[in-house]
Design a protein around this ligand. Structure first.
Ligand SMILES: *Cc1c(COP(=O)(O)O)cnc(C)c1O
Length: 362
């Protein structure tokens, strides 16, 4: 453990790669020898231009995005996209299919309904407290888009593969698994992610939109709620979330140059999640809450035999340098969020701790 840092399993804001934090620390006083903090330079400067353009170029390379996609950095978080998506992509009486797989999907649906948009919930896993990803969904081939949440941060489920949507572009909230695995980007009309889980700090939301969708945005939207406003200005219609964009640049550089790309990141994530699920499945003490075929590689949710033991587990873990293991307040239990920045050392320490705790309390 460096600089008295704990092993951080927070759901979001969440652990960042240590080399990224170290580079940010140096840049906080003097960025690239310019004599100013990276927080003190103009967003209209060449320095910031280089930062944002490099971040965009790296995201495009990592995901294999062509010129038919635009990468944006917005404020308002992933939650702002819940209302902007129907506003921008459902003109007139156009309709969309939504899949409800948990808290965040439910919020996205609500924001479309508030606007009176004629959307349809094509499938839901609410009947079993969102413990699974629905299968064999019949989508409306005439829908403008299919909205789904690729990874359900709170419920601990994830789409292992994206469903057949009858050719309709998918719009996906990837806040908690963006850049954790390779994607067939051509299936998607838009991808969005609040940065604070997998790629940076809070305050910046990455949006990747297909240009033909951007071209069809109806006139008359408020300027700040229209994706075209930001697409036309390289995300700099107004002051962008500069420090967040800088962090994303460094995280994507780390993904490319240290990890080696998304195939390699995926392998690391699978290996680490595998160790944790094996620890859970190999005991009668811990119980995973998500169906096995729907398990998330990013948020591992589990219960202990009693709520009292769960509280002791969380407190004892923290005493041992393992933080953030409390489940979301809406579901209780325990959750280990093991995003891209999780190290093998952190995972080994967690699994060892869990075995010891079971031995002492089981
Ligand atoms: C955290 C989270 C959100 C909320 O993001 P904000 O940036 O806080 O609005 C939305 N969707 C998912 C899947 C999340 O994990």
């Amino acid at each position: 453990m460096k600089a008295n840092r704990i092993f951080n399993f927070n759901a979001g804001p969440a652990a960042m790669p240590l080399p990224v934090l170290e580079e940010m620390q140096a840049s906080l006083l003097n960025y690239a020898g310019c004599g100013m903090s990276v927080m003190e330079i103009s967003h209209r400067s060449k320095w910031f231009d280089d930062i944002i353009n490099d971040a965009v170029a790296r995201i495009k390379r990592l995901l294999g995005l062509g010129d038919d996609f635009t990468v944006l950095f917005l404020q308002g978080g992933a939650s702002m996209q819940f209302c902007m998506i129907p506003m921008n992509f459902l003109p007139g009486d156009a309709t969309a299919d939504y899949v409800n797989t948990g808290t965040w999907s439910t919020k996205a649906i609500k924001e479309a309904e508030i606007q009176g948009k004629p959307i349809r919930v094509a499938a839901s896993s609410e009947d079993r407290n969102f413990a699974y990803i629905p299968k064999n969904i019949e989508f409306n081939a005439g829908a403008a888009y299919v909205h789904l949440t690729s990874n359900n941060t709170i419920k601990g489920t994830q789409w292992a593969e994206f469903p057949d949507t009858a050719g309709v572009p998918i719009i996906s909230d990837m806040s908690s698994d963006i850049l954790s695995r390779p994607l067939d980007v051509n299936r998607f009309g838009m991808i969005y992610a609040g940065a604070q889980k997998n790629i940076g700090p809070s305050g910046v939301c990455m949006v990747i939109a297909r240009n033909d969708l951007l071209d069809r945005i109806p006139a008359g939207l408020p300027t700040m709620l229209n994706y075209q406003t930001f697409a036309a200005k390289n995300s700099m219609f107004n002051t962008p979330p500069c420090i967040g964009v800088y962090a994303i640049q460094l995280v994507t550089k780390w993904l490319e140059e240290t990890i080696g790309g998304l195939d390699q990141m995926d392998a690391v994530n699978r290996r680490q999640a595998g160790l944790l699920y094996d620890t859970i499945d190999g005991s009668d003490f811990y119980t995973g809450t998500a169906d096995k075929d729907s398990r998330s590689l990013m948020n591992v949710t589990f219960r202990l035999p009693s709520e009292e033991l769960e509280q002791t587990f969380i407190a004892t873990a923290l005493e041992n340098g393992l933080g953030g293991l409390k489940g979301h307040r809406s579901v209780g239990g325990c959750r280990a969020s093991i995003y891209n920045a999780t190290t093998d050392e952190a995972m080994a320490t967690l699994c060892d701790f869990m075995k010891t705790f079971e031995r002492d309390n089981g």
